[in-house]
Design a binder for this molecule. Structure first.
Ligand code: CTP
Length: 407
């Protein structure tokens, strides 16, 4: 069971830069604390940092490969500093040595870490660690001043015994203090759906033919789960109505209602929609269900078999007829005349916007970790997005939804 205090950095992308200082050993504790608080952690080390702590320790704790060079040691993977900079929600350099701080202050980018610093668009934090005299040197003071002016948030050094044997200022802040600071900063950040209640449907539905067989589809539920987590991360209280999928979430702000059939999903949505401010229906709901479900396993016979199907209720359309001032978002998965079909659904189902994915786009739709979407809205605006990871697509969709509340 998880409680919310363990998830204060839930889903935050934290890029941790580790420089060559004796304090690098503390980066192991820091990594563990960040991972425990729910963050995704990727690590860049300078080459000299690898002399102080083994990359294997950090890759094990972060559950991600540790990066040191622009090209990996086998020479066949390019570690793209621009992609890393864009991935990060926070770039934390801890420990930050006098050398790396000097490079950052002057725009030098002769290694993966400093090149990533120049590419990063997210907030950057540096936790310096060095000897007393290096910390007090006028050049270091000037570099710290420049970095502060460039919006790098310097995490105060602590005072005490230093590795040199000297006493004084220069120790890296303790990992617990760094975590505390990031958590406070994170909770103070504006969350676009704070106080909103959002209903989300995800996954396939299974329509039973008999006790062992059903009509289903290939939806994995990944897109809907990513939407639920992103909405919760933005402060919403989420009701997730989930068809049969092995995927799950432990986010404390998501209440999951597991259903099997289109009819069960219909009932759950109708029950919870009135309490919500918005709904995003991303489930792949069966349009037809068997007329009758056999109570016993159907035995094969010699002739052909015909299955009689009846239409299920259109959940999205029903919510559209009762939406009042709620925001309603639908999905459309199309194979031809994509935008025209999506536009028709947008109008017919009384939606605020519709998320279109086309099976003609490689990497989009069911079973993939990626998706390529187009958003069409009721004001006839169309936004086309690149192929992205489903978690990043979820951010785009939730950002679009948030704009309706923050207008
Ligand atoms: N949907 C729903 N209830 C259904 C069928 C679909 O709520 N019984 C929702 C889906 O969750 C999605 C949207 O409607 O948000 C579009 O579903 P889709 O199957 O693509 O469109 P349909 O309207 O069913 O039309 P068609 O299958 O003819 O393309």
């Amino acid at each position: 069971m998880s409680d919310s205090s363990t998830y204060t950095l839930k889903d935050k992308h934290i890029l941790l830069g580790i420089c060559g200082s004796i304090a690098a050993y503390k980066a192991a504790f820091l990594t563990r604390l960040l991972v425990r608080s729910g963050a995704s952690v990727r690590i860049i080390m300078t080459n000299s940092a690898t002399a102080f702590i083994a990359p294997l320790t950090l890759s094990t704790l972060s559950k991600n490969p540790v990066l040191t060079d622009f090209v990996d040691q086998k020479g066949n993977t390019w570690n793209n500093h621009v992609e890393l900079g864009l991935w990060a929600d926070v770039f934390l350099i801890a420990p930050a040595t006098a050398n790396t701080l000097a490079k950052m202050a002057n725009g030098l980018c002769d290694n993966l870490m400093t090149a990533t610093y120049l590419s990063a668009r997210c907030p950057v934090y540096a936790a310096p660690a060095m000897d007393l005299d290096m910390w007090q040197h006028p050049t270091t003071r000037k570099n710290i001043q420049t970095l502060t002016e460039n919006d790098v948030q310097i995490i105060s050094v602590e005072s005490g015994e230093l590795a040199s044997g000297l006493e004084g200022e220069g120790r890296m802040a303790e990992p617990e203090h760094i975590l505390d600071l990031l958590q406070k900063k994170n909770s103070a950040d504006h969350r676009s759906l704070t106080g909103r209640r959002v209903l989300i449907t995800a996954g396939p539905t299974y329509e039973p033919i008999d006790p062992v067989r059903f009509i289903g589809n290939r939806s994995s539920g990944k897109m809907g789960l990513a939407l639920a987590e992103e909405a919760a991360h933005q402060g919403a209280s989420v009701t997730l109505v989930k068809g049969p999928t092995s995927l799950d979430t432990e986010h404390p702000n998501i209440r999951t209602i597991a259903v099997d059939t289109a009819h069960e999903m219909y009932k759950a949505c109708l029950e919870h929609f009135p309490d919500c401010d918005a709904a995003i229906l991303s489930a792949a709901v069966a349009d037809y269900t068997p007329q009758e479900t056999a109570t016993q396993k159907i035995k094969k016979s010699n002739g052909e078999m015909t299955l009689s199907l009846k239409k299920t209720r259109d959940i999205l359309k029903t919510l559209g007829q009762n939406k009042e001032n709620r925001i309603l978002v639908g999905f459309a998965l199309e194979t031809e005349h994509e935008e025209a079909h999506a536009q028709k659904k947008l109008l017919e189902k009384n939606l605020d916007f519709i998320v279109l994915n086309s099976l003609n786009d490689a990497g989009a739709g069911f079973q993939h970790d990626t998706n390529k979407i187009t958003i069409l809205d009721k004001d006839n605006k169309t936004k086309r997005f690149e192929l992205k990871k489903k978690t990043d697509v979820a951010r785009d969709i939730i950002r679009e939804l948030s704009a309706y509340f923050n207008d």
